[in-house]
Write a protein that binds this ligand. Structure first.
Ligand SMILES: C[S@@+](CC[C@H](N)C(=O)[O-])C[C@H]1O[C@@H](n2cnc3c(N)ncnc32)[C@H](O)[C@@H]1O
Length: 254
């Protein structure tokens, strides 16, 4: 697709080669949540009383787990966009299954396109899993375009204990957020044990998918195994070296 930031797209799904793209639906078969933590988003919306009559957009919604779960619980009108058409197809199936199709619309679209065309929403959900919108500062500035002035951003973000090349720490994260005109209204730092368990389960599913794919396409064994190993490494890095957090942000009005 035109203007698709390919490298960032691949990073968002931890793909290790171009060739893997056509196998994405098969590699992620059997998984609904693809990295976000819907429970923390639900908790932040509930305890800040934001679940009434809200318009929401989820940028990079995958198979729709976050929005379908939100729609089951809150009074929302939501749009989810993702570049992978198979994910959107599956998201629509889940929406039907959980009887929320009238509250949630899913569409196949490039986020970069969505940011130029969407109307301003009460809540924007974005999982920062690649440099698609640049660094944190640039990401927040772009997300501002699709959130109402009195609206909220729910941002999933990863930081390091000490800043290194390419990673910032908690303090820097907070400073950048404030410099871009936002403040952290509330946050949930992810529980490491829960994350480990989720990662183990997901890796198990992916491992089975990889086995099946290797038996179907033995000449591609190397790229499938490389993908699996990368998945394992990324999980370990996330669990041991970094911290994940879900932030509820609101614009500072001064
Ligand atoms: C790590 S997954 C998270 C999906 C979802 N939030 C979840 O947790 O279930 C990142 C998603 O971003 C999507 N994505 C990456 N680049 C995109 C782009 N330029 N436009 C739309 N979606 C994109 C991927 O297809 C993928 O579904």
């Amino acid at each position: 697709m035109e203007n698709l930031k390919k490298k960032e797209f691949q990073n968002s799904l931890d793909l290790t080669s171009d060739e893997l793209e056509r196998y994405i639906p098969e590699l992620l078969k059997g998984l609904w949540e693809l990295g976000s933590s819907p429970e923390y988003i639900i908790e932040l919306i509930a305890r800040n009383d934001l679940g009434k009559n809200k318009s929401i957009i989820d940028l990079g919604c995958g198979k729709g787990a976050v929005l379908v779960k939100l729609a089951q619980r809150f009074d929302i009108k939501a749009i989810g966009v993702d570049i992978v058409a198979d994910f959107i197809e599956e998201a629509n199936i889940y929406a039907k299954e959980f009887a929320v199709s009238d509250m949630v619309e899913f569409k196949t679209e490039n986020i970069l396109e969505t940011l130029n065309t969407t109307t301003k929403q009460d809540i924007v959900i974005y999982g920062y899993d690649s440099d698609l919108l640049g660094d944190l500062d640039s990401t927040l500035k772009q997300l501002k375009n699709c959130v109402k002035e009195d609206g909220y951003i729910l941002l999933e973000f990863m930081f390091a204990e000490k800043s290194t090349e390419g990673m910032i720490n908690n303090k820097e994260m907070t400073n950048i957020i404030e410099q871009t005109g936002y403040r952290i209204l509330d946050r949930i730092d992810w529980n490491k044990e829960t994350l480990k368990q989720t990662n183990r389960q997901n890796t198990g599913v992916i491992q089975e998918n990889v086995k099946r794919l290797i038996s179907l396409y033995p000449d591609k064994e190397e790229i499938f195994n490389e993908y699996l190993q990368n998945q394992i490494d990324e999980c370990e890095e996330l669990e041991n070296d970094y911290f994940c957090t879900t932030l509820l942000l609101r614009q500072l009005n001064d």
